[in-house]
Design a binder for this molecule. Sequence first.
Ligand SMILES: Nc1ncnc2c1ncn2[C@@H]1O[C@H](COP(=O)(O)OP(=O)(O)O)[C@@H](O)[C@H]1O
Ligand SMILES: [Mg+2]
Length: 565
Amino acid sequence: MVSLALFALLVTAAVNLSLGQGVKFVIDSGFIAGSKEQLSSAILMLIGLISLLAVGTFSRFYLMSWLGERVSADLRKAVFNRIVTLHPSYFEENRSGELMSRLTTDTALLQSIIGSSFSMALRSMLMLIGGLIMLLITSLKLTLVVICCVPVILVPMIIYGRKVRLLAASSQDAIADIGTYAGEIIQNIKVVQSYTYENLEREAFAGEVEKAFKVAKRRIKQRSLLIAVVIFLTFGAISGMLWMGGMDVLAGKMTGGELGAFVFYAIMVAMSVATVAEVYGELQRAAGSATRLLALLEIESEITELSSPRLMAKDKMTVIEFEQVNFSYPSRPDSLALNNINLVIPTGKIVALVGPSGAGKTTLFELLQRFYDPQQGKVKFNGINITELKLIDLRDAMGMVPQHAILFSSDVWHNIRYGKQEASDEEVIAAAKRAHAHEFIEQLPQGYGSFLGEQGVRLSGGQKQRIALARAILKDPEVLLLDEATSALDAQSEYHVQAALNELMANRTTLIIAHRLATVVDADLIVVMDQGGVVDTGDHQSLLKSSKLYQRLCELQFDKAADQR
Ligand SMILES: Nc1ncnc2c1ncn2[C@@H]1O[C@H](COP(=O)(O)OP(=O)(O)O)[C@@H](O)[C@H]1O
Ligand SMILES: [Mg+2]
């Protein structure tokens, strides 16, 4: 496609240049010689050239625009492919808004620049060179005049052009500010209205808009001035040239056709120079975008795999071990989120993690799924350090129901099927039934085809939680990770979900982070955590006797339960 586009570019440039010869021919052979036949054939030739130009221009425009669109489409895919594999801590350091703008704005800029500005620059360069050669062939003296005029026109263009560009950039920033402001207000519209802040927000927003308008006004003033100056200088120079050339024609040193062709080429050269100068700034902007995109494409995930990872023993039941694990989050390197954790999670058992908020329970799950690697110690799965396993195998073996159910803005089918892509409709429905979600799904306007809204806003917390559970049930993993999975439920749905969970947990290694006593009491092993460390382990009865922290947690639970009654 690139070579086709270049070919079309060359053809159109050549035709454009030969048009000048056509002009010369029409004037000299037609008008001056006074021959009707010659004029007709000259015009026919001109029409032929113009047809060729039309076809060439179509191909050039189509092919270059195609290339621009293709490059940006490929870049979008490449950037997204890279982003989805990056380690989660990358997204703590880089704001999602900024990544989005890489994916949309930067790629769109490249698309428009490759599709139009770059193509314009290439074409203008060709025309500039070709035009200058033709000028030299036509008249050396007048060419020297043109070459002297070029800097006179170019200097104000470059000076003003820079000013305009700077203003254009700040204009863009001002518009981005407008977008950010409006976005925040729209997202928090209920808070705005509930505090009756509409009028104040209106004024503040109007301020942002007017600020952008002021910047834009300065920009368009500079730009209008630039255009006026350039037009004046260009046509002034052409008039001067016409005068000199006209004198030569009158003196018989030059034909009228030659002068006509000369003016044609001079205008072509002037326009080409103007175009190159104008798109130069945009090409620089594109270079900036391209650099940022390429930098993003070069980032490697910090969660690395061995080149030949070890196979997971399928026949063995799953044992999980933490060996002297120390871990701090990359964004908080000074505080240990996990402090010397030693823990064995036996096969097919239910292990409950309890402890105050911030104890490191969720962090333990994150390490197990290798969203982060510990700075010290090992996490083992069936005796193999998880860093030696294939990442897909490791994560396929685990089913996670997070603290806040994560739903995608799609229908119920898609959201449950996230657990197992190839599941049939019947399997999805069976999973929903086991998660006690089938009933309420049936009552949604379009049943399983109902759209759930962004992040599932059209469902209650308990309903979202049950869809997330159905997803994990469908996945049918060896190890189940439940992060306070019943926390968002009311008493009735908790009863339903608990029933579903009991069925799900049977004969499966289950790690459950729980506040509710019901889950904890039945667990085979309870791990009491505090401030990143394991404080006590045991079952409910023994911990009641031996662990101060566990006693306190239980008391709080009972008190709260009593309060709720
Ligand atoms: N992404 C993160 N970056 C930095 N610190 C974090 C991050 N996530 C959690 N923490 C911190 O790590 C500690 C343990 O958190 P967490 O494992 O979520 O506790 P919990 O036991 O309540 O689940 C807390 O002090 C928390 O502030
Ligand atoms: Mg937590």
